[in-house]
Design a protein around this ligand. Structure first.
Ligand SMILES: Cc1ncc(COP(=O)(O)O)c(C=O)c1O
Length: 391
C-alpha cells in the first residue's frame, strides 16, 4: 500500500486535471497528495492537448523545408570550435558568455546587459513564453506565423488570438488595427518580422508603429527578427526605450550555424536578469558558444551569404513565375507560393523537401543556384504530371 504523503505534503484545491480533490484517488481525506498511480495525473491538461512541432525530414536529398543556410559554416569558425573540443570535460568559463554578450551587443548597437544568450532563437522564444506568461493568459499572433509560437502557446496553456494576414498582390500585410486592439488585453504579442512563412515585412523597425503597439498593451511585444540579416532592418535600438519590447535573434540562418543552436534575446536589462535566473550559464553548449563568438567576431561572411541568397531568391522567384505558379515576394531566405495540387510527397519522392505551412500554400527555402534550379526542374515535372492527371 502507498504511504500517505510519500510525495508532497500540500493541500491544493485542484489536481492537474482540474478535478476536485474528492474526485481523485491520489488525495487522502486530509488532502495530502499521494504519489500518482497514473501518468496522466502528472501531466497538466493543456500539456496533454499541446501541439507538437511536426515535420517530416529527408535523408539523402535536398532540404529546402527548414529555412537553413545551404552553405556550411566557414572554416575559421570550425577551426575555433575544434580547438575548444578538448575542454569538453569542463563547464565553460563565464568569460565566454561575457564575450558573447559583448559581441552580440556590439553587432546590434545595444548594451551587453541587454543580451540573453540562448540555444537558438527558439531558446529565446521558449524562455519568454515559459517564464513571462501564465496558463490562461492571452497571446496574440499573426496568422500564419512561425509555428513554434502556437506550439509554445498550447504548451503553456495560453489562449491564442489569431489575427489573419491579408494577401496584397505579391506581399502579405498584417491587420494593424486588429493587432493593436487585440494587444490591449494580451500578456504576449509575438510577431515575426519578416513573417514566416510569407517572407513579407511587417513593422520594419518603424518606431511610431512599435510605440503604438507597446503602449497599447500591458504585456510584452516579442519581435522575432530571425531573418534580420536578409531584411536589413531592426528595432533593437528601441529596446532600451520600451521595457516591454523584446527581440529574438538567431545565428541559424545567415550565419550558417543552425545545428550549433545559438541565438539570443535582446531585452531590457532587468528582463535579462530575471530570465537568467531560470537558466544556467551553461545552457548554450561550449562548441556553440565558441561558434557564436567566432562568427560575431567576423560577421561579414553572414552578410555575404545573405547577399548571395537574395540573388538566388530572385532566380527562384522568376523560375516559379515561369512555371505559371503564383509566388510571393520575400525579404528572407525562403519563398511562399500557392498551388492547389499536393506537392510535398511527390517532391519528396524526387529527393526534395519543402513545407506546406497552410493548405494550398508551399514554402521553399532558397538554396544554392544549383539547388534552386534542380527544385524548379523537379517541380516542373510534378506539375506536368498533376496537370495531366487533372485533365
Ligand atoms: C521566425 C523564426 N523564428 C525563430 C526561428 C528559430 O530558429 P532557431 O531556433 O534555429 O534559431 C525560426 C526558424 O525557422 C524562424 O523562422
Amino acid at each position: 500500500m502507498r504511504q500517505e504523503g510519500a510525495f508532497l505534503k500540500l493541500t491544493p484545491r485542484e489536481t492537474c486535471d482540474g478535478k476536485s480533490l474528492k474526485q481523485v484517488k491520489n488525495y487522502s481525506s486530509r488532502g495530502i497528495l499521494i504519489a500518482p498511480t497514473d501518468v496522466k495525473d502528472i501531466i497538466y491538461p493543456w500539456l496533454k492537448e499541446a501541439k507538437e512541432y511536426d515535420f517530416s525530414d529527408i535523408k539523402d536529398g535536398i532540404r529546402l523545408h527548414l529555412n537553413e543556410s545551404p552553405y556550411p559554416p566557414p572554416d575559421f569558425v570550425l577551426d575555433a570550435v575544434k580547438k575548444y573540443l578538448i575542454q569538453g570535460n569542463r563547464y565553460q568559463h563565464p568569460d565566454l558568455t561575457k564575450r558573447f554578450k559583448e559581441l552580440a551587443a556590439e553587432y546590434n548597437k545595444v548594451e551587453p546587459g541587454e543580451i540573453f544568450p540562448t540555444p537558438g532563437g527558439d531558446g529565446a522564444i521558449r524562455s519568454v513564453f515559459l517564464n513571462l506568461s501564465m496558463p490562461g493568459d492571452r497571446v496574440v499572433l499573426n496568422y500564419p506565423s512561425y509555428s513554434m509560437y502556437s506550439v509554445y502557446s498550447s504548451f503553456r496553456g495560453l489562449n491564442q488570438v489569431r489575427v489573419p494576414l491579408r494577401e496584397e498582390g505579391e506581399w502579405w500585410k498584417e491587420d494593424w488595427e486588429k493587432l493593436v486592439t487585440e494587444a490591449r488585453d494580451a500578456r504576449l504579442v509575438a510577431i515575426d518580422d519578416p513573417n514566416n512563412p510569407t517572407g513579407s515585412p511587417m513593422i520594419m523597425g518603424d518606431e511610431q508603429r512599435l510605440r503604438e503597439l507597446v503602449e497599447s498593451t500591458k504585456g510584452i511585444v516579442l519581435l522575432d527578427e530571425a531573418y534580420y540579416e536578409f531584411s536589413g532592418y531592426t528595432a533593437s535600438r528601441l529596446v532600451s526605450k520600451y521595457p516591454n519590447l523584446m527581440i529574438v535573434r538567431t545565428m541559424s540562418k545567415a550565419f550558417s550555424l543552425a545545428s550549433f543552436r545559438v541565438g539570443y534575446l535582446i531585452a531590457n536589462r532587468d528582463v535579462v536578469k530575471a530570465l537568467e535566473k531560470g537558466s544556467t550559464p551553461f545552457d548554450v553548449a561550449l562548441p556553440s558558444l565558441i561558434a557564436g563568438i567566432t562568427a560575431l567576431e567576423n560577421p561579414g561572411y553572414a552578410h555575404r551569404i545573405a547577399q548571395e541568397i537574395s540573388e538566388n531568391r530572385e532566380g527562384l522567384y522568376q523560375g516559379l513565375i515561369s512555371l505559371g505558379v503564383k509566388a510571393y515576394r520575400s525579404i528572407t531566405n525562403f519563398l511562399l507560393f500557392k498551388h492547389s495540387a499536393e506537392l510535398v510527397e511527390p517532391l519528396m519522392r524526387k529527393g526534395i523537401a519543402i513545407r506546406n505551412p497552410v493548405k494550398g500554400f508551399y514554402r521553399v527555402s532558397v538554396g544554392t543556384k544549383e539547388q534552386c534550379n534542380l527544385f524548379l526542374n523537379k517541380l516542373g515535372e510534378v506539375l506536368e504530371n498533376s496537370d495531366t492527371k487533372q485533365r
